[in-house]
Design a protein around this ligand. Structure first.
Ligand code: ADP
Ligand code: MG
Length: 323
């Protein structure tokens, strides 16, 4: 069982950013309005995610950390049909198998909760504890018991880059949630959770950006598009400032980025790239997860229609500005 957890962990937990992803997605699923992420040494020393969401009921704390105890749905095909981000009940046991994890959580409002400590998959402590409603999970010394995996970790800056990149996208996808990210005591991200997507973008890419954002919107038979793109006053040297969100979920899709750039580059220099956030709403049957769900890559059954919509809407939004 411990070995099974370590093997499963290899799939789910590739590096510190995968831990951040799983913990933060759980916090989002729990209906949190605040999510505070604290990491040390790129996450290799500490990853702590504290939220004010629903918390875990006392009796459910242990099962949450057992393998496959909570599987919500059967196949990855169902992934987009539901709105929660988690789907297999594999994350917590996998993380606990390859770290020293402690979790304090409460689903109540009377200050009572529960605390569990797990080291390398072995429960060391489980007891009642004082806790506000919400969940606070600390993951220390990731991969301390899997040296082969630890050896593959890159520099602290690289690991931190993966963490912050992921958290930026999530903050853009969830403007109603106030996110913070601290690394070695420095605050790298602080969003207000106001619900205004522009504010989230400004928190990430700089306040000067907010005034340069143009609204993008459009609709086709199957897709509804909304979002923001920065005017040419603010450009970037690469595609890293582009975020695409499908039914509330941040995804990666090369074709959609290309469509956006087609629209952008008909009006603007081709060696510069925009900051943009596009939100697409659609019937979940039209999107398919064709690889490992945690890799964020998806395929659309009516891709041409969607590309056309994006290109057209982006050109429209900027055309009104440029001309
Ligand atoms: P999954 O998210 O796929 O269900 P996880 O292993 O990530 O599986 O989490 C197991 C379960 O623990 C979740 O289904 C949820 O019920 C509970 N849980 C985990 N994290 C939180 C959290 N931050 N707040 C409330 N419940 C949580
Ligand atoms: Mg989960």
């Amino acid at each position: 069982e411990q070995l099974a957890n370590q093997i499963a962990a290899g799939e789910v937990v590739e590096r510190p950013s995968s831990v951040v992803k799983e913990l933060v997605e759980n916090a989002v699923d729990a209906g949190s309005t605040r999510v505070d992420v604290t990491i040390e040494e790129g996450g290799l020393q500490l990853i702590r995610v504290a939220d004010n969401g629903s918390g875990i009921e006392g009796d459910d704390v242990e099962t949450a950390f057992l393998r496959h105890a909570t599987s919500k749905i059967a196949t990855s095909k169902d992934l987009f049909a539901i709105r929660t981000l988690g789907f297999r009940g594999e994350a917590l046991p996998s993380i606990a198998a390859v770290s020293k994890l402690s979790c304090t959580t409460s689903a109540r409002t009377d200050g009572l909760g529960r605390r569990i400590v797990i080291e390398g998959g072995t429960v060391r402590e489980i007891a009642d504890a004082a806790a506000e409603r919400g969940t606070d999970i600390a993951v220390r010394e990731l991969f301390y018991n899997t040296p082969a995996r630890l050896k593959y970790m890159k520099s602290i800056q690289t690991e931190l880059g993966h963490v912050s990149d992921y958290l930026y996208r999530l903050a853009i996808a969830h403007p109603h949630i106030a996110f913070t990210l601290k690394h070695n005591g420095h605050t790298l991200l602080q969003t207000l959770g106001s619900g205004d997507g522009r504010q989230a973008l400004a928190a990430i890419y700089g306040t000067a950006l907010a005034k340069q954002l143009v609204e993008v919107s459009g609709e086709s038979i199957d897709y509804k598009l909304s979002g923001w793109i920065a005017k040419p006053e603010v450009t970037r040297a690469n595609r890293g400032g582009i975020t695409v969100i499908v039914n509330g979920r941040y995804i990666r899709n090369y074709a959609l980025n290309q469509a956006l750039l087609q629209g952008y580059h008909t009006l603007l220099p081709i060696n510069r790239f925009p900051v943009a956030a596009l939100r697409i709403e659609m019937d979940p049957v039209l999107v398919d997860v064709n690889v490992h769900p945690s890799k964020l890559e998806v395929r659309f059954s009516k891709e041409a229609e969607l590309m056309e919509l994006i290109e057209h809407s982006v050109r429209n939004a900027l055309g009104n500005q440029v001309l």
